[in-house]
Design a protein around this ligand. Sequence first.
Ligand code: ADP
Ligand code: MG
Length: 613
Amino acid sequence: MADIIQLLPDNIANQIAAGEVIQRPASAVKELLENAIDADATEIKLIVTDAGKNLIQVIDNGKGMSETDARMAFERHATSKIRQIEDLFRIKTMGFRGEALASIAAVAQVEIKTRRAEDELGTFIEVENSSVLKQEACAAPIGTSISMKNLFFNVPARRNFLKSNAAEMRHIIDEFIRVAMAFPQVFFSVTSNGQQIFHLEAGNLKQRIIQILGNNYNAKMVSVNEETDYLNIYGFVGKPETAKKTRGDQYFFVNSRFIKSAYLNHAVNSAFDNMIAKDSFPSYVLFIDLDPSQLDINVHPTKQEIKFEDEKIVYAFVQAAVKHALAQFSIAPSLDFTLNAEIQSLDAVSKPFTSENKEAASSSNLYKTFTQKNQAHKIDANEKSELKDWKSFFVPPTPEGEFKNITENSGFEFEKRSINSTFNLQHSTFLQLHNTYIIASTHSGFVLLHQQLAHERILYERYSMAAHGKQMATQKSLFPVTLELAAADAALLADILPDLLEIGYQIEPFGSNTFVIQGTPADVLQGNEKHSIELLIEQFKHFSSDIKFSKREKLIRCMSRQQAIKAGQALTQKEMQRLAEELFECNTPNITVTGSPTYLEFKEDYLDKMFGR
Ligand code: ADP
Ligand code: MG
């Protein structure tokens, strides 16, 4: 008789392994988000359609991968995060088992596009059923974008086992929140079926908690903060009135990893002692940081369970820390814990406030600017959540409407008037600072311009005008450049050709996926046109999940951002003067379309007051 044992082919072995790691769309979401965190991304975007059954995409601006690494990443047990057995006891990353991408590639159609900062070109790889279908160099922004389509397309039993979209979506949101909560310093967004459902600006933990759990927590949290040699614990517990009838907002993170622990949960409950009803559950978001050698996170493939070296110490510590926090809260009125210690100890805060100095203080200009709404330093929590993405709500219908919208929200003073004549910039000398800022004196003080943001505004209005009737001048290319694109990019370009023409790009289709650039807008440097179109397509693609804007609006925004003078570029007197003049001829000179100020004005009388004159 012949021998009967054989090694499983890779794709089958991977598929079996995948069963442990990827149970449902939410597990893939977790793995991809964690990879982005491990890559030190500061911006992470999640896009799903049909609750992830159809598409899960994670786009990060992290460190990206080399061509070889991108290919290796899909092998089983391939990881950059551990090398030797000792590393298992000092894990600082979210991943380390090297299984996620291999598993995902075994059960979905995966595309990855990635580029490191040091590489000129990125890498595109398409994998299906654990085999690479395509690998090629491509233009790509720094970072990684992974998309996985048709999860379990080749494992029908699993696919059928998935729950309704609503249920799977809930799992996805749970996983998302667990990652987003642990990394408040990272920007996150989630788009589901074309609609943005989360937009979390980077901030501190308290802000993140409110962004996620809702503003009603704002005044109802007590901060926990204890440090010892063995471990640190920090975060917030809800005041007793936030306790819930169902186990709701309870989050434990150990070394930034969300964990489920009935044992530690018990520790928190017991600290609440008689403060809440027996059948209700306290809310908390608590982080425990300790030496990784005191932990075993490798007891479960999804790493949601861990083993502490000494569980009892951790229990006692958690209980004591929460008790301490609650005790402080019930004897002292709750402080606004976003204020740091330095601010708390300032004279202005700690000295008694008499009616005299109150009056003196509140009539000063400084006071007024400091108490204006929505200044960065004025945290008005009630409005924070509504305002958090006001920038993206803003679509300029008319210059007037746009202007109103922004000034109401941005809180800085601005009167619409003929600024060039008021400022009388013609006789100003211009001073460039750090090759980024321009100072120009005006008859009543000075203005400080940001050259890139100012130029973005100028170009935006110029392109907008062009797109609404006044076509831009085209300069014919002396040596028409051909552009060969991937099919999808070609389709995209074909789609936006008419809009491009309006802003001055004359591009003609030239057979399959090829185009000829016959002319460019008068102010685009010749010789650069190919790169600039490729960049435009790239930006446009990344922008196109943003359904709030029309195609044309997106194009204009991409173009103005792309063509603007960058910070860091030295400018001549003439160039600075032209920039300032053109800015103040804009309909809305004071902000960019995304709401950043383009310049700040410093008035003489205000300056005098600052110096007590
Ligand atoms: P693990 O995270 O356990 O190492 P994965 O299969 O999730 O295993 O990823 C394999 C490797 O691919 C990682 O170790 C990392 O080097 C690389 N990688 C995965 N995702 C990214 C990403 N978004 N950015 C940069 N590198 C990544
Ligand atoms: Mg991973």
